[in-house]
Ligand binder design. Structure first.
Ligand code: ADP
Length: 893
């Protein structure tokens, strides 16, 4: 028993060293010396928990049975780190931004913070990991047993159980002590990570030492070793490509999805840049770990009696050669592999169990317990501790129940295949925005069901769950449903068979359901944040410190409300809090003030959405989203209003353009008239001047000529006066300075006086047709002005009517209080383009010798406006026609 006692002592001593290391690291972290604690090398070494006792001892066993195939277990993770490290980087960034605490948290958070997903994955993780922890306990007890055997004392079942029990207790305590010391928002455990890094070195050195001993101590150098390997069965390259690819994929998937790997890789990651070293250093570590596996296996098969357990070669070779010290070192290596795995797995599981199962239940049943924050922290820590204890004990009972037989050894690849079911959903979640919760639930369910049915249950051994006939012929004789020959694909390796169907159907269901289902608002938001994690450009800095929060808030506030305002706001708040400088504590009150200040610029919902992620309340509630939507709706209303306004503006601009065109047209006309009027004035002036000169110079002129010339001068003067009168009249009318002289008279009388005044009797040959009976309307208006309009229109008809027998019809209508008088001649029609223009001043159609100065109709229009009526050209009457309309009683208008 001496050997065993020594072994127990050594293990206890080793655990003590780990305690000290972890303790020192915790202290250093608290003292702020965290730089070297969170160095890339430590991070890389911590990843080595991938190599559990199953890998430490098992790799040699694996190689002894199936040769080079063991390499796949190292190849998968190496490929991920070398080639696909950017997947890890994305996971790390998302983990940081979203404060992800576990892989269950990652998936649930991505798919709308789904509780169902979180709880389901937590349970699966516990179910999948417990046997794996049991496997570690088994390997430790087995290694004790190996020592006991060589010391001839032996170790019976009860002894083994006792050892396993105490190992479980010890590991549980260690994990509780360093894994739940305090509640860190970032879930970082410096002590644990440091201890694991030390263990990583111990196991590497142990394996290398055994390897070196085997090559140089036993075989006598590299060359003889190579010969031995070539001579053995396992050294030959007899591997199936499919199995190789399958196993490599499996280990790569497990590397990304194992809860404990996710924990060290993503949750414990202190700095994204650490991945740069890990991406080459970790594959290098794995290479060193696998370097001597084959030599050790070959030597074991060579040296030890047939039937010796190849899983223990790492220990039994040194022991058989009397190298007790080396055996002890090798034992410590295995011990390290086992303990580090148990510790991290227990922490990772306890975080999941407490966050997704215990805490929701506790919050649900304790009512408003949330208000007392210290209380909650205590409950969380307690939940963690209990969960760790429960997980480790569960593993212990599993170990006892399974009897520590071969079933446990098979669990490695089986649990890898189970864990790999998370891969499609995880990758889909971080790269595909279209992935939905329904899809994830569907894919995971299908994947796990197939895995359980075709691999996990059969792995428990024939007769345990399935009978032999069930395995061969399937349920109810449906042979295409036989667990390991699904869809009638027979003869495939069970692992590959399960991997093929589970991954295929898992991914298909996930994609199809995602495509047909519609994501909830929160899901879409999370999806966008996950997939676009690098575009969001949030800082890689830790948000745990309040100062950093305040600085981030400051930067954001400056961007939105301007540097000066933001600075004065922050300074005021800092003064209020009694802090000098610009960085006040981000108290809830201050955040409220700030949010309101920002809301002034960007709206309340957006302000909230901006402040919330910085101060950590990263969850955006559905209410927030609705508020954002509301603001959008308001914006839509505004933009609609703007649209109508701009339409109105366009209309006005069109009108303006038309008015402008008319103006230009008029100004052209005016220019034309000015030359016209000078011509108009000049002609009578010239004749007046010449005839008056003749009269002055010819004294002996006959009196008849004298009278004729004086007559011409007189009529020319009259023409000039008329022109000047018209101009004057128009300018008075236009200026609105005219005073109306309202009196009563019948329309007939007004028309009569107008026509008679013009000297238009029947003898002139100009026929005027009237409806005298209808003209008997008594008007109250400026009678003289109205007559002026009639005279003008009638005389125009007379002047411009070019018919052979000119005729003018005067039609009268009366409706309500409106009187309409139409003047229709039988001459040629005025062009459509000119019908408005003739009413402008000085406008005339064509070169018309009979015409006046083009002022008549302008005057008419001005008068009609004053009389409350109008005059316009009336088209479609056969000849030129003008309609004059006005109220019967002007005073009543
Ligand atoms: P004017 O003093 O030259 O008669 P008006 O303003 O009265 O000027 O008329 C403007 C132009 O309208 C005239 O030059 C003439 O060409 C046209 N016009 C007016 N009345 C008639 C009509 N009854 N028939 C044909 N053309 C007309």
């Amino acid at each position: 028993m001496g050997q065993i006692n020594l072994l127990v002592l050594v293990s206890l001593g080793y655990v003590l060293v780990l305690f000290i290391v972890a303790f020192a690291a915790e202290r250093a972290a608290r003292a702020g010396r965290i730089k070297w604690l969170r160095a890339p090398l430590i991070y890389t070494l911590s990843l080595s928990i991938y190599c559990t006792a199953w890998t430490f001892y098992g790799a040699v066993g694996f190689a002894s049975r199936s040769g080079l195939e063991f390499v796949t277990i190292y190849l998968g993770p190496s490929l991920v780190m070398l080639g696909w490290w950017w997947i890890v980087r994305r996971l790390v960034r998302i983990g940081r931004n979203q404060r992800i605490t576990s892989i269950a948290d990652l998936i649930s958070s991505r798919f709308g913070k789904s509780n169902l997903l979180a709880v389901g994955l937590t349970i699966l993780a516990v179910v999948g990991t417990t046997p794996y922890i049991a496997l570690q306990l088994q390997s430790v007890t087995q290694s004790y047993a190996v020592f006991a055997e060589t010391s001839q004392s032996g170790l019976d079942q009860t002894d083994q159980a006792t050892i396993a029990f105490w190992v479980a207790i010890g590991l549980g305590l260690f994990t509780i002590l360093f894994g739940t010391r305090k509640l860190d928002v970032n879930e970082r455990h410096d002590g644990v990570v440091m201890a694991i890094a030390v263990e990583a070195i111990v196991k590497l050195i142990a394996l290398l030492a055994v390897g070196i001993f085997v090559v140089w101590g036993v075989a006598g150098g590299v060359a003889p070793m190579m010969e031995k390997i070539n001579a053995s069965d396992i050294g030959t390259w007899n591997v199936s490509g499919g199995r190789w690819a399958g196993l490599t994929f499996l280990s790569a998937a497990a590397f990304l999805c194992l809860p404990r790997m996710f924990h060290v890789m993503v949750v414990e990651n202190a700095d994204e840049r650490h991945l740069r070293m890990a991406s080459w250093a970790f594959p290098a570590y794995l290479m060193l770990m696998s370097l001597f596996v084959l030599p050790i296996a070959v030597t074991g098969l060579d040296l030890l009696p047939t039937g010796a357990n190849p899983d223990m070669f790492v220990l039994t070779i040194p022991l058989s050669q009397g190298q007790n010290g080396l055996a002890m070192l090798s034992f410590l290596g295995g011990f390290s592999s086992a303990t580090s795995m148990v510790i991290v797995a227990a922490i990772a599981l306890s975080i999941m169990v407490s966050n997704h199962i215990v805490m929701p239940l506790w919050l649900h049943y304790s009512g408003s317990g949330l208000s007392v924050s210290g209380d909650v922290r205590y409950v969380v820590l307690l939940a963690r501790r209990v969960s760790i204890g429960a997980v480790v004990m569960l593993a212990y009972f599993y170990f006892r129940l399974s009897g520590g037989g071969a079933a446990l050894a098979a669990i490695g690849l089986v649990s890898f295949a189970g864990v790999a079911q998370v891969l499609p959903v995880m990758l889909g979640g971080i790269f595909w925005r279209g992935a939905t919760r329904i899809g994830a639930l569907g894919g995971l369910t299908v994947g796990f069901l197939i895995w359980g049915y075709s691999l996990f249950l059969p792995s428990l051994g024939e007769g345990v769950v399935y009978s032999q006939s069930f395995m061969e012929h399937g349920p109810f004789g449906l042979s295409w449903l036989a667990p390991q020959a699904l869809f009638a694909i027979k003869g495939l390796d069970p692992i590959l068979h399960c991997l093929l169907w589970s991954m295929l159907l898992n991914t298909t269901v996930f994609c199809l359901l995602s495509l047909v289902s519609f994501p909830q608002p929160l899901e879409r938001l999370q999806g966008a944040q996950f997939v676009n994690v690098f575009e969001h450009g949030s800082s890689t800095r830790s948000w745990s410190s309040n100062v950093a929060q305040s600085e981030d808030l400051m930067v954001m506030a400056q961007r939105i409300i301007g540097a000066r305002e933001a600075q004065s706001l922050f300074r005021r708040e800092a003064e209020k809090q009694g802090i000098s400088g610009l960085v006040p504590e981000p108290t809830p009150e201050f955040l409220d003030v700030l949010e309101r200040e920002l809301a002034g610029s960007v709206g309340a919902a957006t302000a909230h959405a901006m402040v919330a992620p910085i101060v950590g309340g990263a969850a955006v509630s559905v209410d927030d989203l609705l508020a954002v939507a509301d603001e959008r709706a308001q914006l839509m209303v505004y933009s609609n209003k703007l649209e109508t306004q701009s339409e109105e503006l366009q209309r006005t601009a069109k009108q303006l353009r038309r008015a402008n065109e008319k103006l230009t047209q008029l100004s052209v006309q005016k220019d034309g008239f000015l030359s016209q009027i000078s011509h108009e004035l000049r002609t009578p002036m010239t004749s007046i001047r010449s005839f008056s000169e003749i009269l002055r110079d010819s004294a002996d002129m006959p009196p008849a000529d004298k009278a004729r010339f004086a007559g011409i001068i007189h009529s020319e003067t009259l023409r000039l006066t008329r022109l000047l009168d018209d101009l004057l009249d128009l300018s008075v009318l236009e200026a609105g300075r005219v005073s109306l002289n309202v009196s009563q008279k019948s329309l007939r009388e007004i028309l009569d006086t107008s026509i008679i005044g013009m000297g238009l009797g029947a003898e002139t040959g100009f026929e005027i047709q009237r409806q005298r009976s209808r003209e008997d309307i008594l008007l109250r208006t400026d009678v003289d002005r109205l007559a002026q309009v009639f005279i003008n229109v009638i005389s125009n008809a007379r002047k411009y009517c070019d018919a052979a027998a000119p005729c003018l019809k005067i039609h009268v209508f009366q409706s309500n209080e409106q009187v309409t008088v139409d003047f229709i001649d039988n001459g040629s029609v005025i062009d459509a383009g000119m019908r408005d223009v003739i009413f402008e001043k000085f406008s005339r159609v064509g070169e018309n010798e009979a015409g006046g100065a083009g002022l008549g109709l302008s005057i008419c229009r001005e008068i009609m406006i004053r009389l409350g009526g109008e005059i316009f050209y009336l088209p479609g009457q056969g000849g030129s026609a003008f309609r004059v309309q006005f109220p019967r009683d002007m005073a009543q208008e």
